[in-house]
Structure formats: C-alpha cells, structure tokens
Design a protein around this ligand. Structure first.
Ligand code: NAP
Length: 267
C-alpha cells in the first residue's frame, strides 16, 4: 500500500517548470532531490530556473518540449531514455487556461488546452508509470476550478474536473503497487497563468471575491508536497481555498446554477 512518497533523494520530472508553480516545485525539491528534469517550451526561461538552482543538492537537466503535441511528449520520453534518467516522481504541472466565451474561442487554443491539460497529463503518466519503481509518486496539478462548471472558462474547468477525477481513481488503483498519487487544487495564484489565459482582444476573468482565496505559489507547492509525502489523495491549499472547495463540492446543483447565472449577469 502507498503510505506517502518520500521526497529525500527523489528523481523527479516536472512539467511546466519554466515559470509559476512548476518553477517553485523545482525550487522546493532541489535541496532534497537527487535529480530533476525540468520540462517546458521556452529554453531561456528553463535555463534561468536552472541557474537559480545552482549549488543545490539536485542535478538539474532541462528538456525543451511542447507537451501539447504527440511529438513533444515523445521527445520527453526519448530524452529521459537517452539520459538514462529513471524517475520515481512525476509532477504533471504544465497547464493553460483561456478566458472568454466558448463561442468566441479559437479552436487552436481550445485544442492545445485539451492536449496539454488532459492528454499530456494522461499519456505521460501512462508512459512513465512502469518506470516509477516500487515506491513512486505522481503529483497532478488540478485546480479549485475542477469543483464547479465555470462559464467563460468552461473548457479549462472541465479539463481540471478530469484531472481531479483521474487522479482520485489512480490513487486507489495504484496504492497496492506502492505508488502515491496526489492531486493539488490551487485557487487563484499569482503566476503567468492569467496573462497567458487572457485573449489578445479579450477581457480578464471576473476576479470578484478572489482576494480571500489568493495565496503565494510557495504555499501552494509546500502544501502539495506535504500532501504527497503523507499520502493524501487530494489537497486544496490555503484556508480560503479549502473552505471554498468543500462548499462547491457539496452545494446543491440548483443553487450552484443560480449563483453562476447571477455572476455571469454581473448582478
Ligand atoms: N495560477 C493559478 O491561478 C492556478 C490556479 C489553479 C491551477 N493552476 C494550474 O497550475 C499549473 C501551473 O500553472 P501556473 O499557474 O504556474 O502558470 P504559468 O506561470 O503560466 O506556468 C505554466 C507552465 O506550463 C508550461 N507550458 C505551457 N504550455 C506548455 C506546452 N505546450 N508544453 C510544455 N509546457 C508548457 C509553461 O512553460 P512554457 O511557456 O515555457 O512552455 C510554464 O512553465 C497549471 O496546470 C494551471 O492550470 C494555476
């Protein structure tokens, strides 16, 4: 049975490690890990994160790959094999959003979102699972948005509902094999996420009431790693987000629809 994943001397692959939460996962794991593979598309941004980790215990490798494509995902698997890197921890963190109505969304951005948030997370888990060894770990980054349908962020919220559901199922399925699966559901966190989710001509998301939920990336990552270490299947970091997560998950559906309609109208 999985009783939690020990971080000391771990060998982790971190997707989306060039900024935000992924870079913070690298910073918090580097003092205790044996080695880290940082994955993202932007080579300079990855190099910058790696430079900031100089002098830490972990050996750092960077892999440039677009995980929203089959080729990029295959390139990561090939890179790990070529480096002889045997991971025991996979941090599926790379993800993106798209603020605005579904009707006016770009089909290409929607496709990339599904490819990255759902397909990459699923297929990398499938590809790396056999190599994670006897006491492996998988840490999937979901979102508070996974707990409710979100108009003007519909595909993103649905993709994160997938991540939470998939993670919870895997946590049970893989526990007898000694693999710990933890899903972290952050609320609004200051990273590049908002900038990337905003459309060039679009409005920003409605941030009413988000102030109480906002916590720094360092706290999100600390609570996520703690949950992984102790074998918790799902964590909502921060007091505000943990209360909101519980509330949204237990709210009667009719009430939720009424609240979401009101918010959409801007009442
Ligand atoms: N910030 C929030 O409010 C919030 C809340 C809940 C959940 N989350 C989740 O947290 C995770 C991390 O996001 P973040 O907030 O840290 O945002 P971020 O600062 O925008 O970081 C996203 C990371 O994903 C990488 N990425 C994007 N597209 C990629 C692709 N096609 N292939 C490979 N890597 C790609 C980016 O690197 P490159 O651009 O270099 O490729 C970057 O390193 C996401 O799963 C997000 O959904 C964020």
């Amino acid at each position: 049975m999985a009783n939690g994943f020990p971080l000391e001397n771990c060998r982790a692959v971190i997707t989306g490690a060039s900024s935000g939460l992924g870079a913070e996962f690298a910073r918090q794991l580097a003092p205790q890990a044996e080695a880290l593979v940082l994955v993202a598309r932007r080579v300079e941004a990855l190099a910058e994160v790696k430079k900031g980790l100089e002098g830490q215990k972990a050996t750092i490798l960077c892999c440039v790959a677009d995980l929203a494509t089959d080729e990029g995902r295959a390139a990561l698997v090939t890179f790990l094999a070529a480096e002889g890197f045997e991971p025991n921890l996979l941090v599926n963190n790379a993800g993106m959003g798209d603020y605005g109505s579904f009707l006016s969304s770009s089909p290409d951005k929607t496709r990339s979102q599904i490819e990255l948030n759902i397909t990459a997370l699923t297929m990398l888990t499938h590809a790396l699972l056999p190599r994670l060894g006897k006491q492996g770990g998988i840490l999937n980054v979901s979102s508070l948005a996974s707990t409710l349908p979100m108009p003007d962020l519909a595909v993103y919220a649905a993709s994160k509902a997938y991540v939470t559901s998939f993670s919870e199922a895997l946590a049970i399925e893989l526990s007898p094999r000694g693999i710990t699966v933890t899903c972290v559901c952050p609320g609004p966190t200051p990273t590049n996420f908002g900038k990337n989710a905003k459309r060039p001509d679009g409005t920003d998301t409605n941030r009413d009431g988000q102030g109480l939920l906002r916590i720094p990336p360092a706290q999100v990552v600390r609570e996520a790693l703690q949950a992984l270490q102790t074998g918790r299947p799902c964590v909502f970091p921060g007091l505000g987000v943990s209360i909101a997560g519980r509330l949204f998950r237990h709210m009667p559906r009719m009430l939720m629809r009424a609240v979401l309609r009101r918010r959409q109208r801007g009442d």
